[in-house]
Design a binder for this molecule. Structure first.
Ligand SMILES: [Zn+2]
Length: 243
């Protein structure tokens, strides 16, 4: 019989009230993928659990297998990412990474790379980097780990490397001859930027200095690609980022 107690490290993506005093916590864990767990009594004033199950917490958790959800019986916060709580301008950026991860990662399939990506993303946003570019790199890497990497090397219509833009529907670059109706025109620099972001570790974003136009084009490419293939739906953070 498998043990009823298990431990894992987790990143809190979301919490919602459950019953009178509990919280249902959505975690991206290092070893167990994404799952929900109950923090009993976490909405009571004196709860010892409460602080360790807030969104933007990285912690070590102990669980007891319950009937419906695992129950959190112990927690030890490792990182609190206070900048998202203290800086209203930073908050939507951190929330966007959490929401996007929550919407796009479905099962409990373990994916340590995703765990690492979100941890790095939250850390990096607390430094003085280009936040918009961190979000674009995060999007590309997230879809890559989920098995939906955009085709960024040649035209998938005819194979030429002389590409003109990106088709969200095809999920790849295309040339002028094969251009479909939904082609988003991209300048060469934007294509190079997308390739570089996808290929290098997230931390290297801080060394890249794209133009406004390149960032704008990449933003449109990622947004339409995500909407077409993975449909994250309405995100609260997107509204906040627009404001
Ligand atoms: Zn072509």
């Amino acid at each position: 019989m498998s043990s009823r107690i298990f431990k894992d490290e987790g990143l809190v993506l979301r919490t919602r009230p459950l019953g009178e005093a509990d919280r249902l916590v959505t975690l991206l864990s290092r070893r167990g993928g994404k799952f929900e767990a109950v923090a009993r009594g976490a909405r009571k004033m004196k709860s010892k659990l409460a602080a360790g199950v807030d969104i933007f917490t990285c912690g070590e958790y102990t669980f007891h297998r319950g009937k419906t959800w695992p129950i959190i019986t112990g927690q030890h916060p490792l990182e609190r990412f206070m900048w998202f709580r203290e800086d209203p301008e930073l908050y939507p950026y951190g929330l966007y990474l959490a929401e996007l991860t929550d919407r796009l990662v479905v099962g409990e399939e373990p994916c340590p790379e995703l765990y690492r990506l979100l941890l790095d993303g939250w850390r990096l946003l607390g430094e003085n980097g280009d936040r918009g570019l961190i979000l674009r790199a995060f999007e590309l890497k997230l879809v890559h780990y989920l098995g939906y990497s955009p085709g960024l090397h040649y035209c998938t219509g005819c194979g030429t490397e002389n590409v003109r833009g990106f088709s969200p529907k095809e999920g790849s670059l295309l040339c002028a001859d094969c251009r479909p109706a939904d082609l988003i025109n991209l300048e060469t620099g934007t294509i190079a930027l997308a390739r570089r972001l996808l290929a290098s570790p997230l931390q290297q974003v801080t060394m890249i200095r794209p133009t406004l136009r390149q960032k704008d084009e990449l933003g449109r490419m990622n947004k339409s690609f995500l909407a077409y293939h993975l449909d994250p739906g309405e995100l609260k953070s997107r509204h906040l980022l627009k404001e």
